[in-house]
Design a protein around this ligand. Structure first.
Ligand code: LMR
Length: 396
């Protein structure tokens, strides 16, 4: 029977890592998957994570199941990060949070909740968006449609196009917004633009789902929540999928959260009871370790402050790489203006390289990047910078 099943194509992002690992050339460079790397090409474990793990090793008394929605203090800490301490949403208990296996788990829970409990049929995602969004939402039985986002001509945001498209989205459909560090373009709306988006969301009444996977990678944890907080001020209902893979470096621990904000505490609690049925039928209840690590750090003033410094160091490292990259391309004789790379946020840049150029970089230079021309800037380092820029100059 199994011979009826045809081979699936490799995953556009994680499949690249598999191909990269099998690549024998020593000069190989992986600019594919979005993981932070230091100057030595290593994705380090944060000091605060090690400290929290030591504490857990000592204090943890049971491995019994967590609640369906996970560890309660983790949910509170997630809300504190999203809205800020003492925000009305938290104090009035308008939000309920479930700990999920990664941001992807949160998106899947969100998708299934919207499709099966809210009767949502369509979700609108930016063009382009993270390569996995389509698969996650299709699996949740939503139809995926797209709104304009990236302007090829300016290599910036097509804000007029975006707004026009969002204005056409009817009540009852859902819209996915990237909280910050848009994946794959690195281009985020300004505060003024967020206000305009919030206005359209309020007028049309569509369901808003935030994908918030890079909080702290653009400007800071508070600054990066600006868009979310602007929308939360204007519309009474909102859904958020958080990921702590990048900002805690907890990639393989799968640490995420799904947060639902409603008009009243009672509505939030009732709706959340249905979120729990979605989770129970899916993975039953979440794994404990990674979320406990994050909660320990966030609940302890000293560890939290140290974590914010570690996060800042990652953010500054990537900002520096962006500047070095633009400079190094010019040094290799590239005439094209790549200064837009310095304006983008987070790990990713949309280089504007074509699929063919991406293929040549892989074939001739063992440089791996996503077909769309997206690069993980954190995959660059002072060691491979000249090599990568020379290769890009050659394919251009
Ligand atoms: C990425 O976009 O590279 C990351 O979000 C990792 C992933 O799962 O694709």
């Amino acid at each position: 029977m199994f011979e009826q099943v045809s081979k699936a194509p490799a995953d556009p992002i994680l499949g690249l890592t598999e191909a990269f690992n099998a690549e024998p050339r020593a000069e190989k460079v992986n600019l594919g998957v979005g993981v932070f790397k230091n100057e030595d090409g290593i994705t380090p474990i944060l000091n605060t994570v090690k400290k929290a793990e030591q504490r857990l090793l000592h204090d943890e008394a049971t491995k019994s199941y967590l609640a369906i929605s996970g560890f309660a203090d983790y949910g509170y800490q997630v809300q504190r990060l999203l809205f800020g301490e003492g925000h009305n949403i938290i104090t009035s208990q308008l939000a309920q949070t479930a700990q999920t296996p990664g941001g992807t788990g949160a998106l899947r829970v969100a998708g299934e909740f919207m499709a099966s409990k809210l009767g949502v049929n369509n979700i609108w995602v930016s063009n382009p968006t993270w390569a996995n969004h389509g698969s996650v939402f299709t699996a949740a039985k939503l139809e995926v449609k797209s709104y304009r986002y990236y302007d090829k001509a300016t290599q910036g945001l097509d804000f007029e196009g975006m707004l026009q498209d969002l204005k056409q989205v009817p009540k009852g459909d859902a819209v996915l917004l990237h909280g910050c560090c848009h994946n794959p373009t690195g281009i985020d709306p300004t505060a003024e633009q967020w206000q305009a988006i919030a206005q359209v969301a309020a007028e049309n009444g569509f369901v808003v789902l935030f994908d918030f996977a890079y909080q702290g990678f653009a400007k800071g944890v508070v600054e990066d929540a600006e868009g979310l907080r602007i929308l939360a001020d204007k519309i009474p209902e909102i859904l958020i999928a958080s990921s702590f893979s990048k900002n805690f470096g907890l990639y393989n621990e799968r640490v995420g959260a799904f947060t639902l904000v409603a008009k009243t505490a009672e509505v939030a609690a009732d709706a959340f009871s249905q979120v729990k049925t979605v989770i129970r039928a899916n993975y039953s209840n979440p794994p404990a370790h990674g979320a406990k690590v994050a909660a320990v750090i966030l609940a302890d003033d000293e560890l939290r402050a140290e974590w914010l410094e570690e996060l800042k160091a990652m953010r500054v490292h990537i900002r520096n790489l962006r500047e070095l990259f633009v400079k190094a391309l010019a040094e290799q004789g590239v005439k094209q203006d790549f200064s837009f790379i310095e304006q983008q946020n987070g790990m990713f840049s949309f280089t504007g390289l074509s699929k063919e150029q991406v293929a040549t970089l892989k074939q001739d230079y063992a440089i791996y990047m996503v077909d769309s021309g997206r690069i993980n800037v954190a995959g660059l380092s002072s060691k491979n910078m000249a090599y990568v820029c020379k290769a890009i100059a050659a394919v251009l």
